[in-house]
Design a protein around this ligand. Structure first.
Ligand SMILES: *Cc1c(COP(=O)(O)O)cnc(C)c1O
Length: 373
């Protein structure tokens, strides 16, 4: 019996969305236009009426947002040591310094206390990451920021649909950045959006997004700043609108699959291996601390053994301070023991809405088969 290869993730684009994309392509207006406006309006409505601007990636969005918050040379932004490198890269690209803090082992999230311990007189922004869609302690983050006169820019790349105490991430706080990369909980192929509280951010974000252009009433343009180019296309927005319609269903399915993993694995493995569940979790991923000692294998060998059994695993993520650039900036992964351990041991099990329950069983069977009894 040869089952098809099960990747660690796969987007789910329905026929209605494909028809919408075709209609945009045939309509004559394919770049930023009514579909982008409709996607931003729909996201704003989903997020309780917040200001929302879309862009070509979350990475671009985070860079724009930090710049709009005034981050530049001499400033520091606190970033978890366990995240995708983009969180730190955007800080460094602005000439500021990414200051790493360790995360908790099971939640993969940084605590407000860890961030507080890393504050200096140069700290300007806290950048919590809602790892795999589990919210950080937002009350604690916002309280710390208010007490210290800092801003909070959430890297919410995993957290579209995540709830904190019943409230959607991005419906409160200063700024949240969502990613719509093909692997995320909803996609525009590539893309992202910022949701923010302060309407004064709109002007700098729009300038930065599109060449720094401002127009007068007659439509004559002027250049207000040396802006960039990060505008989403209507083709991409049509994909996003189709995804947003199904986001809550997608995330419910993700949650069921994650509970099935936990139910299947709990009895066999140390609970510390399993990701921390929680109310409002959007289950962007199912990251496991691979029991490499018990398996008697390196992670590479384990990934290869699962691949032989038709199962794709991901690595999310290597510890960021361990990367060559950040080592060169003076960071040492040994100072972030949890992030370093996660970075060395983590594997992401397949998790995407179109998976069948039997796919979860197949992954668990393959994994448990490799474990010596
Ligand atoms: C995917 C991701 C990003 C970057 O998103 P893009 O839209 O690909 O730029 C940033 N941070 C985290 C945590 C991510 O997972």
């Amino acid at each position: 019996m040869n089952l098809p290869f099960l990747p660690f993730t796969r987007p789910a684009i329905d026929e209605e969305t494909i028809a919408d994309v075709i209609a945009v392509l045939k309509g004559g207006w394919i770049t930023t236009g009514p579909k982008v406006a409709a996607l931003e309006a729909a996201l704003s409505e989903y997020l309780g009426g917040r200001a929302v601007r879309s862009m070509t990636s979350a990475t671009g969005g985070m860079e724009m947002a930090l710049k709009a918050l005034g981050v530049g040379p001499g400033d520091e932004v606190i970033v978890p040591a366990m995240t995708f490198a983009a969180s730190a890269n955007v800080v460094e690209r602005l000439g500021a310094r990414a200051v790493f803090v360790d995360v908790e082992l099971r939640s993969r999230n940084a605590t407000p206390a860890a961030m507080e311990a890393a504050l200096t007189a140069r700290t300007k922004v806290l950048m919590p990451v809602h790892f795999s869609g589990l919210s950080v302690d937002m009350d604690g983050m916002l309280e710390l920021a208010a007490r210290q006169g800092l801003r909070v820019m959430e890297d919410a790349a995993h957290a579209i649909g995540t709830r904190y105490k019943g409230r959607l991430i991005g419906s409160f706080g200063d700024v949240a950045s969502f990613s719509f990369h093909a692997n995320k909980n909803m996609t525009t192929i590539e893309g992202g959006a910022l949701s923010y509280a302060d309407p004064a951010l709109t002007r700098p974000l729009e300038r930065e997004r599109f060449h720094g252009i401002v127009k007068d009433a007659a439509g004559n343009i002027d250049i207000e700043t040396a802006g960039g180019k990060f505008n989403l296309t209507d083709v991409a927005a049509a994909v996003g609108l189709g995804q947003l319609r199904r986001l809550e269903d997608f995330n419910r399915r993700r949650e069921l699959l994650a509970s099935r993993y936990a139910a299947r694995l709990e009895a066999h493995v140390d609970p510390e291996w399993l990701p921390l569940p929680g109310d409002g979790h959007s289950w962007h991923m199912y990251p496991l601390l691979a029991p490499l000692t018990q398996l008697g294998m390196t992670r590479d060998a384990f990934i290869a053994a699962m691949r032989e059994r038709g199962i794709g695993l991901g690595i999310h993520y290597p510890c960021v301070p361990a990367m060559r650039y950040y080592r060169g900036r003076g960071w040492n992964p040994a100072d972030f023991p949890n992030a370093a351990r996660i970075g060395a041991q983590t594997v992401s099990l397949p998790l995407f809405p179109a998976m069948a329950d039997s796919d979860v069983d197949r992954v668990c069977d393959a994994l448990l088969e490799l474990l010596p009894r």
